[in-house]
Design a protein. Structure first.
Ligand code: PLP
Length: 382
């Protein structure tokens, strides 16, 4: 089997599995005062430091959550409902056109429920980079405090966004900034961007940690409204007994870097091979800065739906340009925003590499694509 879908989920790393098994053996509730409770609490606090180091934020700013989606919801909801002073309240949500559905759907849901709250979409350029000048113009127009939501790197194309530049624009207009770092964390240095961001969303399963665990890094003083009340865990910001083994696994994963030079070499080998298979193949976002591990491409005339099934039969696992939870291949809003035409967009696929990817994965994927392309050519010729 050849797994090239790390942006969907990166398989558990051996060190993560070991950390989780050890945490299960600790037992105890992290809120209990006895020895077992204190030991369990120590597991959580160690992981908090590890995740904080990954995100370049103080450990006290990290809230463990049930994943990236929950973190994004907490940030959006906190910005809208958390401010105490009327003048600090958010009335405008600016979200980039390429945000994950966890941002898009939750932002729109909030706007439907909160009177006077508007969602506006920040356009991206053809290369998939958010248009910072357009954002500045949008912020300049209209009244009311804004929250800007831009991801650090896109899950479909891997295109890296200019967060430092965006944070300067946000500051100019006293806007809050939410950075979805779910795909970027562990692959991209966050040292420069993190200090300027109010909310950072993270997810463990994209970096070889367990599924269903995430974190929200909350800048001190950023508006926040707890959604789960009860035991007062996570400094009263997210009640409920913590998922201790999951959090331990997240911490372990946060400590492990991926080798970007190795992944770049593999990705480049893939893209060179792709061009040899079909000179008309298209690689989306190629001219922009991209994560080392991601390649979003199309073989014109071969739909992603057909390709995914054919590759799967050959044991090669990749995604369509837009991974869809229902298992159906939907049109990608990211490629739409980049101005890719509909027919080509339907052919978009994504190869995403990670800690255990190797040459054999690339060779198997290229071989499967070559067979597919030859079959398509034969069909056209017949
Ligand atoms: N944001 C981005 C950019 C993602 O790629 C994903 C997952 O695909 C999410 C958010 C949601 O994260 P989770 O699956 O942990 O809820």
């Amino acid at each position: 089997m050849y797994y090239l879908d790390h942006n969907a989920t990166s398989p558990i790393r051996p060190e993560v599995r070991a950390a989780m098994l050890a945490a299960w053996d600790v037992g105890g509730n992290p809120s209990s005062v006895h020895a077992a409770g204190r030991a369990s609490r120590a597991v959580v606090e160690k992981a908090r430091v590890q995740v904080a180091r990954l995100a370049h934020v103080p450990a006290d700013n990290v809230i463990f959550t049930g994943g990236g989606t929950e973190s994004l919801w907490l940030a959006l909801n906190g910005a809208v409902h958390g401010a105490l002073e009327v003048e600090a309240r958010i009335t405008r949500l600016f979200i980039s056109a390429i945000e994950h559905d966890a941002v898009r759907a939750n932002a729109h849901a909030l706007a439907e429920r909160a009177a006077g709250l508007r969602v506006e979409t920040i356009p991206v350029r053809h290369d998939g980079v958010v248009d910072v000048d357009a954002l500045r113009n949008m912020l300049r127009q209209g009244k009311g405090r804004a929250l800007v939501a831009v991801m650090a790197a896109n899950n479909e194309t891997g295109v890296i966004q200019p967060i430092v530049e965006i944070s300067a624009v946000a500051r100019e207009f006293d806007a809050l900034l939410l950075m979805d770092a779910v795909q970027a964390a562990g692959k991209l240095e966050m040292e420069r961007s993190s200090p300027h961001v109010d909310y950072i969303a993270l997810s463990a399963h994209k970096l070889g940690g367990p599924q269903g665990v995430g974190a929200l890094a909350l800048r001190e003083g950023a508006p926040f409204a707890a959604q789960f009340l009860g035991g007062g865990q996570e400094m009263r910001r997210r009640s409920g007994t913590q998922n201790v083994p999951g959090i331990a696994g997240f911490g372990a994963a946060a400590e492990l870097a991926v080798d970007n030079a190795r992944l770049t070499a593999l990705r480049d080998k893939f893209e060179t091979g792709l061009k040899e298979i079909a000179s008309d193949s298209v690689i989306f976002g190629r001219t922009a800065p991209r994560l080392a591990n991601t390649s979003c491409f199309a073989l014109p005339g071969i739909t992603a739906e057909t390709a995914l099934m054919a590759l799967d039969l050959d044991g090669v696992m990749v995604s369509s340009g837009s991974a869809c939870s229902s298992g159906k291949v939907a049109r990608s809003h990211v490629l739409d925003a980049m101005g890719v035409d509909e027919a080509l967009s339907r052919c978009a696929m994504r190869v995403s590499l990670g800690w255990n990817s190797d040459e054999a994965d690339i060779d198997a994927c290229l071989a499967a694509l070559k067979t597919l392309a030859a079959r398509a050519r034969a069909r056209v010729a017949a």
